[in-house]
Ligand binder design. Structure first.
Ligand SMILES: [Zn+2]
Length: 431
């Protein structure tokens, strides 16, 4: 190798072209090819016994029965397992950790940003290792745009983690959110960005887009009523303007909403998913079906909070709030609402994402349908279906193998043996 110093541009060119010859261009490097052989494959829609999946570099090259393995492929035997698309979590907060460790208020007000990011790095790894290869992260909860930086670090391979769609700080109506309850003389930092008025919400939506939000998350209602009850926040007009600004840029709007009126305004304004939806009525479910709005029920967050509050699950009587949630989830299901897999993970431990799917089954949904929600349905709801959410030729090789058959036992999803993201293996079975 030539080691001349570069005093003139021509000499530099000579050195760099010599160096370039040492590294073959990417097109000449050999492909990385895997042949994955599980007992069965869930392709995002249906279960197929005896399928094999071939992965070339970052993509799925083929999936089906009796495929001839390409020359030079590494065979990975996965006996006793089901291979499925990497799970897509629809409602995470990687910048939060469980409230029974530290209350939400104390996380927002007392934890330094760098401390929260350090935890989030661990959360991202735990999420990926649990077989969740994509998350829609629904607000940094006081951590500003830390989610934008976290997403970049994952995309650049600095740290392991799932693909991320990020909200940034999320948007709340002035005076409606939390932390609250302080003397009126004090202005206390909030867990999301406040906005007010048609001009105000449009300015905040544009600013959040400019700083890296993949979508806008709004709180269409919150617990700020006279007695602390949930009440609608933004006017219909404000919500419409937020959707107008976001959709001009090609970005969706999603809404936290749990009152019928908050949900109705959000749906009328054109949001794409409703988060929580505890107070949904038959009329609201019909409206959601008609407008093709997805529903992230966040059953696991309610289940966790009730237990943090003292409920001894399985021993003590079920709290009224849980019984009501079970009924409203079933009503939404019976009405034919499109169910998103989104548990509000962060309220409970990252990596425990499957908890939501287990509760969806416990509350009356068929296991196979919950698998669809966690893969093809969420991919479609989040506009990712041309890239992920199915085992299909040409899609990114985001693949997970689990012991057993999750279509008959959803908890099989907890027994992860292989995690592949974009063709890179992050977790593999012991030889
Ligand atoms: Zn949330």
């Amino acid at each position: 190798m030539r080691t001349v110093l570069c005093f003139v541009a021509l000499a530099c060119l000579a050195v760099s072209s010599t160096h370039a010859q040492l590294t073959p261009p990417a097109s000449l490097q050999p492909d990385t090819v895997f042949v994955l052989q599980p007992d069965r494959v869930f392709d995002g829609e249906m279960m197929h016994a005896g399928w094999t999946v071939i992965v070339r570099n970052d993509r799925i090259e083929a999936a089906g029965a009796a495929l001839a393995p390409p020359a030079g492929a590494e065979r990975i035997a996965l006996p006793g397992t089901t291979l499925l698309p990497g799970l897509i979590e629809g409602h995470s907060h990687l910048l939060l950790h469980p409230y029974n460790e530290t209350t939400w208020n104390d996380q927002v007000l007392r934890e330094p940003l760098a401390y929260r990011v350090a935890r989030a790095v661990n959360h991202a790894r735990a999420t990926l290792m649990a077989g969740v290869t994509t998350v829609r992260d629904l607000g940094a909860e006081g951590a500003g745009y830390a989610d934008v930086g976290l997403k970049r670090a994952i995309d650049e391979g600095v740290i392991p983690g799932p693909r991320m769609l990020v909200a940034g700080p999320a948007m709340v109506a002035l005076g409606s959110y939390a932390p609250r309850g302080f003397a009126p003389e004090w202005s206390v930092p909030q867990g999301a960005e406040e906005a007010s008025g048609v001009d105000g919400v449009m300015r905040v939506a544009r600013d959040q887009i400019a700083r890296g939000a993949d979508f806008i998350k709004v709180y269409a209602d919150y617990r700020y009523g006279p007695n602390g009850e949930a009440a609608p926040t933004f006017t219909l007009e404000e919500l419409r303007r937020i959707v107008e600004v976001a959709s001009s840029s090609g970005r969706p709007v999603v809404a936290h909403a749990s009152t019928p009126e908050g949900m109705r305004r959000a749906i009328e304004a054109g949001v794409e998913t409703i988060e929580h939806g505890d107070g949904g009525t038959d009329e609201i479910w019909r409206l959601m079906v008609g407008r093709k709005v997805g529903f992230c029920p966040t059953l696991a967050a309610g289940d966790a909070i009730a237990q943090y509050g003292g409920w001894k699950k399985g021993a003590g009587p079920e709290p009224a709030r849980i019984t009501a949630k079970r009924a409203s989830f079933k009503a939404a299901l019976d009405a034919g609402v499109t169910m998103c897999f989104g548990g509000d993970v962060g309220v409970y431990s990252h990596g425990d994402n499957v908890r939501e799917l287990e509760l969806m089954v416990a509350y009356g949904m068929r296991a196979l349908d919950t698998l669809r929600s966690a893969t093809s349905v969420n991919a479609r709801l989040f506009h990712l279906d041309a890239r992920v959410g199915a085992v299909r030729k040409g899609l990114l090789a985001d693949l997970v193998a689990v012991e057993g058959d999750p279509s008959s036992d959803i908890s099989a999803l907890r027994r992860v043996t292989l995690v592949m993201k974009g063709g890179t293996i992050h977790r593999r079975p012991r030889e």
